[in-house]
Design a binder for this molecule. Structure first.
Ligand SMILES: NC(=O)c1ccc[n+]([C@@H]2O[C@H](COP(=O)([O-])OP(=O)(O)OC[C@H]3O[C@@H](n4cnc5c(N)ncnc54)[C@H](O)[C@@H]3O)[C@@H](O)[C@H]2O)c1
Length: 369
């Protein structure tokens, strides 16, 4: 039986359906919408691994189905790629009674959501995430976007899907590296709620990192309950609450850009979270004892070695252009304790560089499981 989490926003409520019958539920729900046409924006790797399942599933739709294969790399999360999809929609006379289905990871979901939100001033979109990262995070909450001018997600919209459908079996073909990248966002969620969630997510992450089977649906569920609560209370990042979802991300986006996207998003997030933890201690938000206990709890997750070769000044400059920073000041999401997050903390350059240095030291000074 599929599990359902409802996201209740002021002008839209939508379900997240999680479970092994989520695809049949997806077909039923799209048929209920009586759409004229459906475009699957589908990750090419999904076609490679799951073409039969995809064909069998979407053959059951009552409308004409088109497919637009996407090579899911950061460089394709671009306006150039967006334009190609607009052209496809326009050439095939898609209109506001049509629907887009995003079938892939965060890259596919972000660009498909952006296209859906802007084509003919908005057509409906369904998110079917297929990576761990997109299942626990990016498919929910309505942030869409593409990269521009070497800046992550610089062009984008807030645009909620009709529903999100999570079929955990897709993860069977995901590489170990991508699974561990997804772990980066789970690592983030462990800090955002309370000690119960911290322990639950930490224990499941330990199993994931030591290649043991772990409660995947419980993990997805825990992250999405936290995310939907936050999004319900600050859908468009106005009150500030939603900013806590950016924990570690001011650093992470700069790491991704500076590595020329050789670092996966989740790998950059892990490095970014450690920098944010160190900065929290340097600026006196968290005690050394608390920091050490977190470092000890998470000794099985360490930042990627590629981070150590990045140029500090370039990282610092990239951060300056992150859209989360207003007035040219670098602002950070920091932590006082588990579930106690502070946003918009301004820091001087020397402290920021010191926190990156401490994160780099952690790469070399500790072993992983
Ligand atoms: N919108 C948001 O709120 C939000 C939140 C977090 C991250 N993001 C964005 O998400 C993106 C990262 O997402 P991602 O980590 O899912 O990356 P991704 O979409 O690039 O997918 C990673 C890789 O996995 C492959 N893949 C996808 N599903 C597969 C499957 N089932 N089996 C085998 N291979 C599969 C893809 O082809 C790709 O090579 C970044 O662009 C990031 O900025 C957005």
């Amino acid at each position: 039986m599929a599990k359902v989490i409802n996201v209740n926003l002021s002008d839209k409520c939508y379900p997240i359906i999680i479970g092994n019958d989520s695809l049949s539920k997806t077909v039923q729900k799209i048929n209920d919408l009586s759409v004229s046409k459906c475009l699957l924006i589908v990750d090419q790797n999904l076609i490679k691994y799951h073409s039969l399942l995809i064909r069998k599933t979407f053959a059951l739709l009552n409308c004409k189905v088109y497919s637009f294969p996407l090579i899911a790399i950061e460089k394709n999360k671009s306006l150039t790629q967006t334009e190609k999809i607009y052209k496809f929609l326009s050439d095939n006379s898609f209109d506001r009674n049509s629907i887009i289905v995003a079938l892939g990871g965060g890259v596919t979901g972000d660009i498909a959501g952006y296209v859906a939100s802007t084509y003919m001033r908005g057509i409906r979109v369904i998110q079917i995430p297929t990576t761990l990262l997109s299942m626990v995070d990016s498919s929910v909450g309505g942030k869409t976007g593409v990269n521009f001018n070497d800046q992550k997600n610089m062009i984008g919209t807030f645009y909620q899907p009709e529903f999100v459908s999570i079929y955990p079996e897709f993860l069977a073909t995901l590489s170990k590296r991508e699974l561990l990248s997804g772990a980066g966002e789970i690592f983030k969620y462990s800090f955002l709620a309370d000690n119960r969630n911290y322990n639950l997510l930490k224990n499941n992450l330990l199993k994931l990192f030591s290649s043991q089977s772990f409660a995947i649906e419980k993990t997805i569920n825990a992250c999405l309950v936290i995310k939907s609560n936050i999004v319900e209370n600050d859908e468009k990042e106005i009150t500030g609450l939603r900013k806590i979802l950016n924990f570690g991300h001011t650093f992470a986006h700069a790491f991704e850009v500076e590595s020329n996207y050789k670092l996966k998003h989740g790998e950059a997030v892990i490095g970014g979270i450690y920098c944010a933890l160190f900065l929290s201690e340097i600026l006196g938000y968290i005690t050394s004892d608390k920091l050490n206990s977190i470092l000890n709890d998470y000794k099985f997750i360490r930042p990627n070695k590629k981070l150590a070769s990045l140029n500090m000044d370039n990282i610092f400059n990239s951060m300056g252009s992150d859209k989360k920073n207003s007035n040219g000041k670098k602002r950070f999401v920091l932590v006082e304790d588990i579930g106690k997050i502070v946003v918009d903390v301004v820091s001087e350059k020397s402290m920021i560089l010191r926190s990156i240095e401490k994160m780099n030291n952690l790469i070399w000074n500790s072993k992983t499981v």
